[in-house]
Design a protein around this ligand. Structure first.
Ligand SMILES: Cc1cc2nc3c(=O)[nH]c(=O)nc-3n(C[C@H](O)[C@H](O)[C@H](O)COP(=O)(O)OP(=O)(O)OC[C@H]3O[C@@H](n4cnc5c(N)ncnc54)[C@H](O)[C@@H]3O)c2cc1C
Length: 390
């Protein structure tokens, strides 16, 4: 008996409050000024720009921890206001990745499940752009099937002892903390029991961070090995054994934002600039088709943000936006190659005058879009289950 059907899917038209328009203008003006001052170069993937100084500037504007309570260094603003800020940062290709994970998911996770002491010590530092987080989910044999993680935390008189390894950990070599999912007990019949989350100091004894060089030849992610890492009791996040519920709520934050279709928007904008004001028929058709898809995705994504603001849990709608959005991002790269002939060439850069360098980078980054944050097949499986089709 299906639990839901396609009729239950809904993307209600979002209504943006007036203050959002003024905020958008403020973000645009800030970004235009800082770009003009040569503070950064637009990037071809939002995950590529790690710039702590830029993150501190964003924090000083009140744009990190925007929705969190003021008592924890936040700014008490709405999800839709936060949406507008993230959308503008992504559209500009700004170097946001230093603070992105902490702002998007680690902070909200601590706010919801963390102890009062964890909230008070960490959230104000995150909101100030001073404290950056990694995601410790994937392992050498556990990616899509996250419930199979084998990193083990065992009880000791003073807390816990951690052994195991995480992999593909973005920026573990640059960040301060990792929130790690590990096994603390028996999995039980549904395989979701016995998991817990811990706050790990990445500088701590027993933590070894080994670089993994990606196809571009750059060091962005890592293998992180835990060898008898002693964890004090107060580093457990939430309840022992409640890790599955906690991590799935974290994944909802990870998957639902506009970075799932805007992460390489700069390439699309650069393509249009490179083609210029007189596109041929094929180029005009391609730009028009991509623009139409982009606008539809934006409308759907905003609708998800509005539902989150209203306290709903639009998990299936968010998975649909991610699945369609990631395919769109790959299509931006493929279409650019098809309608604008350049010989991709690796050299630093990334503006309209340097389209070959941008394309060389984009082609090598493109496969990661449908992997990170959950693969296409996993998104489709969530959608199918949500619709009662499996
Ligand atoms: C750029 C980048 C950054 C990342 N950063 C982080 C990070 O910071 N922290 C972190 O924890 N992880 C990170 N990851 C890892 C990412 O979450 C995993 O790569 C992803 O979840 C897939 O897991 P896997 O690589 O083990 O592939 P697998 O799970 O082994 O999947 C391999 C293939 O099999 C398919 N497949 C698997 N199971 C099923 C199924 N049940 N039904 C149908 N098809 C299936 C998948 O869709 C995929 O195509 C990052 C990945 C990338 C690319």
């Amino acid at each position: 008996m299906p639990q839901a059907s396609a009729n239950d899917l809904h993307f209600p038209p979002p209504r943006l409050p007036d203050e959002v328009t003024a905020l958008r203008a403020e973000v645009r003006a800030f970004l235009a000024n800082s770009l003009a001052a040569d503070a950064w170069q637009p990037n071809s993937d939002f995950g590529a720009g790690f710039a702590p100084e830029f993150s501190r500037q964003i924090a000083a504007k009140g744009w990190i921890g925007m929705t969190w309570p003021k008592d924890y260094g936040g700014h008490g603003r709405s999800n839709l206001e936060r949406y507008v800020v993230t959308e503008e940062l992504l559209a500009a290709g700004a170097p946001v990745f230093a603070h992105w994970i902490a702002d998007r998911q680690s902070g909200p996770l601590l706010l919801r499940f963390g102890s009062e002491a964890q909230r008070q010590t960490l959230l104000p530092r995150i909101a100030a752009g001073e404290c950056f987080f990694s995601i410790g989910m994937s392992e050498p044999d556990s990616g899509s099937d996250l419930a199979s993680v084998r990193t083990l935390a065992e009880r000791t008189p003073a807390g816990w002892r951690l052994n195991g390894a995480k992999v593909w950990t973005s920026n573990a070599h640059l960040n301060h903390f990792m929130i790690t999912l590990c096994r603390t007990g028996e999995a039980g019949e549904d395989r979701h029991g016995g998991l817990s989350q811990f706050l790990i100091d990445l500088q701590q004894d027993g933590v070894t961070i080994n670089p993994i060089v990606n196809m571009l030849g750059t060091h962005e992610f890592n293998e992180v090995v835990f060898d008898d890492v002693e964890i004090p009791e107060d580093r457990l996040i939430g309840q022992e054994g409640d890790g599955w519920r906690q991590v799935t709520s974290e994944l909802a934050y990870e998957r639902s934002g506009p970075e799932r279709f805007l992460s390489n928007f700069h390439i699309f904008r650069t393509l249009i600039d490179a083609i210029g004001p007189e596109p041929d028929a094929r180029q005009a058709e391609a730009i028009g088709r991509l623009t139409g898809r982009l606008w539809t995705l934006r409308r759907m994504s905003l609708s998800v943000a509005a539902m989150l603001e209203a306290g709903e849990s639009p998990d299936v709608e968010a998975a649909i936006v991610k699945e369609l959005g990631n395919r769109f991002e790959r299509e931006v790269v493929e279409t650019s190659r098809a309608v604008y002939a350049v010989q991709p060439a690796t050299s630093p850069g990334g503006n309209a005058a340097d389209f070959p360098a941008l394309m060389a980078e984009a082609i090598l980054r493109q496969p990661s879009f449908t992997l990170r944050g959950g693969t296409t097949e996993i998104m489709r499986s969530i959608i199918a289950r949500g619709l009662g089709l499996r």
